[in-house]
Design a protein around this ligand. Structure first.
Ligand code: ADP
Ligand code: AMP
Length: 219
């Protein structure tokens, strides 16, 4: 399964990606997670990315595309992969198509998660992220068993700098202006699949798996 998750920040891409990657036994590749891991490790890539992330802007394509190209050259993507947060504009979608065309392994589905704007703001403003494994929790909707501690790895939870109100507004603008056009890009490629992403996390996962299975058997 070669899958791209599409949807605004806070739609639940990372949350669903964990479940879907486990279901399909494929690696979950999140460009946001890779930037944050680099920042934590103090690499030049992480430091460069931070200046954009903190303002809610996209990291330049040159940097992001190179990073993704490198990641997609690893052996673990042979059975497939799930991209979360990439592509984020049409130029990145073009680059991804070219990388995959070279290998003869095009994207099979672009799964769009549909969530209304109020819910997105609630999700982002209450999100808490694990410092260690980057799993997302929510102070109301997806509470960890123990406050401030990740259920998965025991790491500390924190509020991302870009989940503060001022940056959220800019990230949603950037989504509308730069990222939303990739939906038409994938419609034209005949691979777009959209599902409502409201309801319990496991219900959304089931909806996604059912939709993807139906879609694959038709194609
Ligand atoms: P994205 O990766 O698209 O930015 P996340 O997966 O990090 O989004 O989810 C954003 C926030 O919404 C997190 O706090 C997460 O716990 C919460 N969340 C995710 N899915 C749901 C859901 N189905 N219902 C309620 N909250 C959710
Ligand atoms: P995310 O974790 O997906 O919410 O991404 C957090 C931030 O990382 C974004 O607001 C961007 O600044 C940066 N980022 C993540 N993915 C990309 C991408 N594909 N292109 C450019 N910037 C990105």
């Amino acid at each position: 399964m070669r899958l791209v998750l599409v949807g605004p920040p806070g739609a639940g891409k990372g949350t669903q990606a964990v479940n879907l990657a486990s279901h399909f036994a494929i690696p979950h590749i999140s460009t946001g997670d890779i930037f944050r891991s680099n920042l934590k490790a103090g690499t030049p890539l992480g430091i460069e990315a931070k200046s954009y992330m903190d303002r809610g802007e996209l990291v330049p394509d040159e940097v992001t595309n190179k990073m993704v190209k490198d990641r997609l050259s690893h052996d673990d993507v042979k059975p497939g992969f799930l991209l979360d947060g990439f592509p984020r504009n049409v130029a990145q979608a073009d680059v991804l198509r070219a990388i995959l065309a070279e290998k003869g392994t095009p994207i099979e589905a672009a799964l769009e998660l549909l969530v209304d704007k109020n819910e997105i703001i609630n999700r982002l403003s209450g999100r808490r992220t694990c410092k260690n494994c980057q799993r997302a929790f929510h102070i109301q909707y997806e509470r960890p068993s123990k406050d401030g501690v990740c259920d998965g790895c025991g790491g500390d939870l924190y509020q991302r700098d870009d989940d503060k109100e001022e940056v959220i507004a800019r990230r949603l603008e950037v989504y509308g202006e730069q990222t939303a056009p990739i939906i038409d890009f994938y419609v034209r490629d005949g691979v777009l699949l959209s599902i409502p992403a409201i309801g319990a996390v496991d219900e959304v996962t089931k909806r996604a798996i059912d939709a993807l299975s139906g879609f694959r058997s038709k194609n």
